[in-house]
Design a protein around this ligand. Structure first.
Ligand SMILES: [Zn+2]
Length: 431
């Protein structure tokens, strides 16, 4: 079994749900679905050679391979697919994989790379579900038969992909998430991604190289989640990418007086100018209402069980990467690369994604406590490093591709009654 990338043909505005059927029929599993305002452009699946054959043979697929893509430039695909292929090729390269192995094996002194107080801002104690338009769908049943839903978009501003002609994109979810009152990283996870670049030649510019690096970080982070999640989580990621290139001068963005110890007001002060300009470009209002509109107006193949926004930028920020309100990830590429290097860039995205479920930081600088309760299970942060000799390195603490003991509960990956159904899918589980 390996990961297989299928690049979809240009202008695939209706998701070919029978591609998912073909993957499933051949014994594979979908892992990632990528789209932009122009259409769906990429699918990553897990499977063997027969899955690759099934994907290659689908009429919407321009190319499907578990190896590098040699000639994406010459394929009839959208620019997003070409960018994705470049990131995929880097992901598979021996240089990158060697660097990643070194990253996971290194014993890093990361205290200077972490914000005092943690990178998890304004989260509530328990999984923060139930309030706000956390998913793009207003379908309470979690049915996989719904068409792309536009009714939750308060602004009506952002472009929508074409609505599937019939029946919608079926076949992704094989189980229904019944506990949406709290956020769990299960089922179909929708990421409303915004690339926010500045003027060409400025420090805020997002170059094609930068965009490829951001795609690489996301491909890899989502693969990490797929690797460590229980199969019963039925995890599939959908990434919908929108882009904004702003005229805003990055030197006008206020940055913290002490960059190693930002004050409470610094986070919003640095983020608001570029975030709100980008939200406006996408037809949204300012602030968190606009972020929620950005999430709910994202176009996915099927209504996600769970969704969050990821704003990827080179504009100044108070800290290089953080999560706010359990549904907005901010990721500043220059800062991440300076501290974590290319090999660690995916890890930062994966760590912040963990916060979107309400999972807490576990490193000492976050001021965590083993008695703090949070996440889907509203359970204690038992691996918090402070005053805890038993604390181990893991996804929410330092740089290890493993789960901390408490994290499955925080993510909603426990099966409390042992019936083979994870708690978020289990109607007998009480949150
Ligand atoms: Zn964190």
């Amino acid at each position: 079994m390996s990961r297989i990338l299928a690049l979809l043909k240009a202008n695939t505005t209706s998701f070919p749900s029978d591609l998912i059927d073909a993957i499933n029929s051949a014994g594979g599993s979908p892992v990632q679905i990528w789209s932009s305002d122009s259409g769906f452009y990429g699918v990553v699946a897990e499977g063997d050679a027969s899955v690759q054959t099934a994907m290659s043979g689908h009429p919407a697929v321009a190319c499907a391979t578990s190896d590098s893509v040699p000639s994406a430039q010459s394929l009839d695909v959208d620019p997003g697919a070409t960018e994705l292929a470049g990131a995929w090729n880097t992901y598979l390269s021996s240089d990158y994989q060697t660097a990643v192995t070194g990253f996971y094996n290194s014993s890093m002194n990361i205290d200077a790379m972490l914000p005092p107080g943690g990178c998890n801002q304004n989260s509530s104690d328990a999984g923060d579900g139930g309030s706000g338009p956390l998913v793009a769908s207003n379908d309470p049943t979690g049915s996989t038969n719904g068409a792309v839903d536009t009714s939750a978009d308060p602004s009506g501003g952002a472009a929508q992909l074409g609505t599937p002609a019939s029946g919608g994109a079926a076949g992704l979810a094989t189980a229904t998430v019944v506990h949406k009152e709290r956020r769990a990283i299960v089922g179909t996870v929708g990421i409303a991604v915004g690339f926010v670049g500045g003027p060409a030649g400025s420090t805020a510019e997002l170059t094609p190289d930068n965009n490829g690096t951001l795609s690489l970080a996301m491909i890899h982070a989502m693969n990490v989640y797929y690797d460590i999640a229980p199969k019963a989580a039925h995890l599939v990621f959908e990434v919908n990418v929108r882009r904004a290139t702003l005229t805003l001068d990055p030197t006008t963005v206020p940055v913290p007086a002490d960059p190693k110890n930002p004050a409470a007001a610094d986070w919003e002060a640095a983020e608001a100018p570029w975030r709100d300009a980008a939200l406006k470009a996408w037809g949204q209002t300012a602030g968190m209402p606009g972020v929620d509109g950005f999430i709910s107006s994202a176009s996915f193949s099927t209504p996600p069980d769970y969704a969050y926004a990821a704003l990827l930028t080179n504009y100044p920020v108070a800290w290089e990467s953080y999560t706010s309100d359990s549904r907005k990830v901010v990721y500043q590429l220059t800062g991440v690369l300076n501290d974590w290097k290319l090999a660690g860039a995916h890890f930062v995205f994966a760590h912040e994604t963990g916060h979107t479920s309400g999972a807490p930081d576990e490193y000492a600088a976050s001021h965590c406590s083993i008695t703090d309760k949070s996440g889907f299970s509203n359970s204690a942060n038992t691996n918090c490093e402070n005053g805890n000799a038993a604390s181990v390195d893991c996804l929410m603490r330092n740089n290890t591709k493993s789960l901390c003991p408490a994290t499955p509960g925080h993510f909603g990956w426990n099966d409390s009654n042992g019936d083979g159904i994870l708690d978020p899918f289990d109607s007998t589980y009480a949150t």
